[in-house]
Design a protein around this ligand. Structure first.
Ligand SMILES: Cc1cc2nc3c(=O)[nH]c(=O)nc-3n(C[C@H](O)[C@H](O)[C@H](O)COP(=O)(O)OP(=O)(O)OC[C@H]3O[C@@H](n4cnc5c(N)ncnc54)[C@H](O)[C@@H]3O)c2cc1C
Length: 400
């Protein structure tokens, strides 16, 4: 079979490219080794400072242009309406340590703005929740909201008794899965009723609950809608329930549009003729299978996604062996300062096709590069990880 497009990599960029191409009536196969970094990320999307970034000569935003990034912003809200955001007006969310930070697209209830008016904050502390430090969160909330009394309320869930007995911490994604069951929603409903007896409504109480993501669980969202006060959720250290929720939503959408997903095996080899990729070869359980397409998207996630591999002698693009832009200085010495290697990636033309980083010669005519594989940007320093991956994935889907 000849596919219209094959997408290599099923993270944010690859999935959005696949969805967009399917919407345009294309027949797409998406091949992905793993789940991608969405499941690690907090589930909120950052777009960074558009004006500053598009002024950098080689930055992906300079290639894409502001309108395309704005369109991608709106597109995600259409795809996943539990996300809220207004272009250029970032919202506050709580980090896992209880600090406020800004983000551009935020799933419903991660928006921390209700805290601003609270005079009482009830901080729920689910027993054994992994990477959650209730006293630290309480102290940080108290510092940031000095006008509110922060009350810690410990919460024991029967379901996890065996975990507690053996001293095993419960990951946020496991807690979130439980809250999303009927039993979990009932437990939470009872807890809200018990707590209501102790809360004085004149204090504008707000409840903070870590380890769940109601935006991706309609039953739970209904329970929390009935709470007598606003409930604010907390972003998690990886793996994160909201990131997982976004990943699953995008995957389902791609499938619902008729896209074909092959997850668990990566592209190991490719066949190229006259500057065009003809077939990609996937090895699974000792057997090689070849897939042919007219065009391809390379969205293999850069250094983190294993699309770029580093050895003592070489920095290598793993699928096509494409030459990479590699900064002259690999790393910086300042703690939490700029790390130049983050900008390593593939230089592209305005159709996201790979070109040589120095000669600028076009290298492959039917491949479009998206997301973290692109050169000349730094998601950590510039806080635009979601924006670049989403907008370049969207464009790749338009070009397939
Ligand atoms: C820990 C963490 C936290 C983050 N937090 C935020 C945040 O708060 N806000 C924000 O906006 N952004 C955040 N980001 C960045 C953002 O998530 C990324 O920019 C974006 O998800 C990258 O998407 P991608 O599709 O390019 O790559 P990835 O999500 O890495 O996906 C790459 C995919 O390619 C697959 N793959 C690799 N090699 C092959 C192969 N040979 N064959 C087939 N498949 C292959 C991988 O298995 C993976 O599924 C975070 C990233 C990380 C890692």
């Amino acid at each position: 079979m000849m596919w219209d497009g094959i997408i290599i990599g099923g993270g944010l960029a690859g999935l959005v490219a696949g969805i967009r191409a399917q919407e345009r009536g294309k027949q797409v196969l998406l091949i992905s080794e793993g789940a991608g970094s969405l499941t690690f990320a907090a589930g909120v999307l950052d777009f960074g400072r558009m004006e500053e970034l598009q002024a950098q000569e080689n930055h992906p935003y300079a290639l894409l242009g502001e309108q395309a990034v704005r369109d991608a912003f709106r597109y995600l809200i259409g795809l996943c309406p539990v996300y809220h955001g207004e272009w250029g007006r970032p919202q506050a969310v709580l980090t896992p340590l209880g600090m406020l930070r800004q983000a551009d697209l935020v799933p419903f209830r991660l928006d921390a703005s209700p805290l601003a008016g609270a005079r009482e904050i009830i901080l729920m502390a689910p027993e054994g929740l992994k990477d959650f430090f209730p006293e630290v969160v309480k102290t940080n909330l108290q510092k940031q909201f000095p006008g509110a009394a922060v009350r810690l309320q410990r919460l024991r869930v029967e379901e996890f008794t065996n975990w507690h007995r053996v001293g095993k911490p419960v990951p946020a994604t496991v807690y979130a899965k439980f809250w999303c069951t009927r039993q979990g929603a009932l437990t939470l409903q009872n807890l809200l009723q018990e707590t209501a007896l102790e809360v004085r409504s004149g204090l504008n109480p707000v409840m903070v609950i870590p380890g769940l993501s109601s935006a991706f669980c309609p039953g739970l969202a209904q329970t929390l809608d009935k709470a007598p006060w606003p409930v604010v959720e907390v972003t998690s250290f990886p793996p994160s329930p909201a990131g997982q929720g976004l990943y699953e939503t995008l995957k389902e959408e791609f499938r619902a549009l008729g896209g074909e997903l092959l997850i668990g095996s990566g592209v190991g080899r490719v066949e190229i003729e006259s500057q065009a990729v003809r077939r990609v070869i996937v090895k699974s359980r000792g057997k090689e299978t070849a897939f042919a397409a007219r065009a391809f998207v390379l969205a293999t996630g850069g250094l983190f996604g294993r699309g770029i591999t580093v050895s003592p002698t070489e920095v290598r693009e793993a699928v096509f062996g494409l030459p990479l832009y590699v900064p002259a200085e690999w790393s910086g010495s300042a703690f939490l300062g700029e790390q130049p290697y983050a900008r390593t990636g593939i230089a592209v033309d305005d159709r996201l096709r790979p070109r040589h980083p120095i000669s600028r010669e076009l290298l492959l005519t039917n491949v479009h590069v998206a997301g973290r594989m692109l050169a000349h940007w730094d998601p950590w320093l510039e806080r635009c990880g979601g924006g670049v991956s989403l907008a370049s994935g969207f464009l790749a889907g338009e070009l397939l």
